[in-house]
Design a protein around this ligand. Structure first.
Ligand code: DXP
Length: 256
């Protein structure tokens, strides 16, 4: 079973809660996915207004663990302040830390991310950093206190899948003891299966489910893909080869 900061997690699929056609569809998608963890943006979803309150009541009703995030933060200060507000509001030390560096690609500002991680980890937060697949940045994040890493597959909302499979595989090989979660950019269930087959511990998906024609069916498809990918990884797949090897033995073949 997967352990994240000492918490056992049964589903390896985490879901974002934005961009669904309606709260009811979000709730059905969460149930269909079997997820035990949803990420919630403090800024967008939990305001004191009626809508914010209704959203929060819905999340509580679903009985899933909340991973608050600092989506939309562009500076270290903004991210740290948002994390503190989230800890107070949700009563959890968990924080999915986003420090965005570029408006167009939503690429993480990895320098700001490391700095904010250091500040928050020293203050008792359990940081889930939204990062790139850069190896050295990952090392710095672990040094700063991260016990989980969340590299992107591709830019948030792009649905491009795993843009740099080599980089993601390198991270997996270099950090065998750290739970790795592909966060962002996954578009279809096969992308999630690919990440799991690589040995990733989990995936976090939002847009591909929320914006699908049928979010509930898509949530179920992702759940199946994540499970299949994980099983495939555990079953120790064969290596790809450049030459053919007959799968049917020659013994017993009729001599002509
Ligand atoms: C909701 C959330 O946290 C996103 O920022 C996350 O990174 C998911 O990205 P996708 O929407 O590309 O799945």
């Amino acid at each position: 079973m997967l352990e994240l900061y000492g918490t056992s997690v049964s589903s390896r699929l985490m879901l974002g809660t934005a961009r669904y056609p309606s709260p009811a569809i979000l709730a059905d998608a969460v149930r269909a996915s079997g997820t035990g963890i949803v990420t919630v943006s403090l800024r967008r979803e939990t305001g004191p207004d009626k809508q914010g309150q209704e959203f929060w009541a819905l999340i509580k009703e679903l009985g899933v663990r909340v991973l608050p995030n600092t989506a939309g933060c562009y500076t270290v200060q903004e991210a740290v302040t948002t994390a503190h507000m989230a800890r107070e509001l949700f009563g959890t030390p968990w924080i999915k830390l986003e420090v965005i560096g570029d408006k167009e690609t939503l690429c993480p500002d990895v320098f700001g991310l490391v700095e904010a991680t250091r500040i928050l980890a020293e203050d008792g937060f359990e940081v889930f950093p939204y990062t790139t697949e850069d190896l050295i940045v990952a090392e710095r994040l672990v040094e700063a206190g991260c016990k989980v890493l969340m590299p992107w597959g591709a830019p948030i909302g792009s649905g491009r899948g795993l843009n740099n499979a080599f980089g993601l595989k390198t991270l997996r090989a270099r950090f065998p003891g750290i739970p790795l979660v592909v966060d962002a950019g996954i578009g279809v269930p096969s992308h999630a299966a690919e990440a799991m087959e690589m040995g990733y511990d989990a995936v976090l998906i939002n847009t591909a489910v929320g914006k699908a024609g049928d979010p509930v069916k898509m949530a179920q498809a992702f759940a199946m893909a994540v499970e299949a990918g994980r099983l495939g990884y555990e079953a120790d797949p064969i290596d790809a080869r450049d030459i053919a090897t007959p799968s049917t033995p020659f013994a017993g073949k009729a001599a002509l």
